[in-house]
Design a protein around this ligand. Structure first.
Ligand SMILES: *Cc1c(COP(=O)(O)O)cnc(C)c1O
Length: 361
């Protein structure tokens, strides 16, 4: 008798833990789509107000996310329609887990496109569900006929569409996603983790289409450390989600900070605009190098196919820049890397390494 052989699930033992990269001293961290800026840096008055607020946060009391006022603040800041209910999660990662739990009947199916965010498949497996991954086209656009055929065949309880997609950056055609929502009988989660950097969103439809959940996070717009995600949709789904959400899943410090930050939404918008401009500059600079395939991105990262991803990764590392190697993750990601859009200085450092490595004339 051992704990491992007799009690702990064999399928979990076969997994490997999610790798969070350890960052050596002085490295530029461009692997996880974090914002390069602390949201209150450069504004001492704002920072002081925030610290005051934190010092008064009732950390001796359990948090009540429902009455924290954060939902209202999100509604205001992001124009979430009145028809939509909002569920808060400890990061949208938790919402992915809860949404999966909600539909995890034996023989039920989760469908996603591939490559996409790895947690969709991971949670399907954790909850003992069937998983169907429909490959994207070579240029990372949707293979709509294949998705529709898979919906017809498997009648998925839950479909995840990252819009824009991670790790590819490409945003699918709106009409195609609408067709998927119409064809699906189950819940369709449009994961807009990068929605703030995109030219399109499904948020305005949240609440008016029963099987649509629009999931967002404040992680990629400057608050990855707070762990706050939200799902908006019809009461039919959100009310059930409330029943399985742990009562104290958010913490007082995060709730207070997020609410405060959203009252200064113009500062967040400024940073987003800055990063979008940097994305275009980085895109142009890397595209100018002939031997690369830089995929169009509506997110705060660029996915690039290079002649030798391992060599690029190591060369960037030698220059104290950490990015994400995608090669090996999925056949469509052959020789690809993913680079978070950073500050102008960080992006310049990336461009310099690329130019040295590829532009030898
Ligand atoms: C980063 C990311 C998430 C997770 O966001 P958190 O709110 O930080 O948990 C969800 N979906 C996609 C597609 C992401 O890239």
């Amino acid at each position: 008798m051992t704990i491992l052989s007799d009690f702990i699930r064999a399928d979990i033992q076969a997994l490997t833990a999610y790798q969070v990269a350890e960052l050596p001293e002085g490295f530029m961290k461009l692997d996880a789509m974090e914002s390069p800026y602390h949201p209150f840096s450069g504004d001492e008055t704002l920072k002081k107000k925030w610290l005051e607020l934190l010092s008064q946060a009732p950390i001796h009391l359990y948090p009540n996310p429902a009455t924290s006022g954060l939902q209202e603040a999100l509604r205001q800041a992001f124009n979430i329609p009145d028809a939509a209910q909002i569920a808060l999660g400890n990061g949208s990662d938790e919402l992915i887990q809860l949404l999966t739990m909600l539909v995890a009947k034996p023989d039920a199916t989760v469908l996603a496109v591939e490559p996409s965010f790895v947690m969709y498949k991971h949670n399907a497996a954790l909850y003992g569900m069937n998983y169907v991954g429909v490959p994207l086209n070579d240029d990372f656009t949707l293979n709509l006929p294949a998705v529709l055929a898979a919906i017809e065949k498997h009648n998925p309880a839950l479909i995840f569409i990252a819009y824009p997609n991670n790790p590819t950056g490409v945003c699918f055609q709106r009409e195609e996603v609408e067709q998927i929502i119409r064809a699906a009988k189950g819940i369709v989660v449009v994961d807009e983790a990068y929605g703030a950097f995109s030219r399109d969103s499904f948020l305005s439809q949240a609440g008016s289409i029963e099987n649509l959940i629009v999931m967002r996070t404040i992680s990629k717009i400057g608050f990855a450390g707070l762990r706050i995600g939200y799902a908006s949709g019809a009461a039919t789904v959100i009310n059930e989600l409330a029943k399985i959400t742990p009562p104290y899943n958010m913490n007082q410090l995060s709730l207070a900070t997020a609410k405060f930050a959203l009252q200064h939404a113009e500062k967040i918008a400024e940073t987003i605009e800055k990063l979008k401009k940097e994305r275009e500059r980085l895109f142009a600079a890397l595209s100018a190098i002939g031997r690369l395939n830089v995929f169009p991105s509506d997110a705060n990262f660029l996915t690039v196919r290079v002649p030798n991803a391992a060599l690029l990764y190591e060369t960037l590392k030698q220059n104290k820049i950490l990015i994400k190697k995608l090669h090996g993750v999925h056949p469509l990601l052959d020789e690809c890397v993913r680079i978070t859009v950073g500050s102008p200085e960080e992006n310049n450092a990336v461009i310099n390494v690329f130019n040295k490595l590829y532009d030898e004339r």
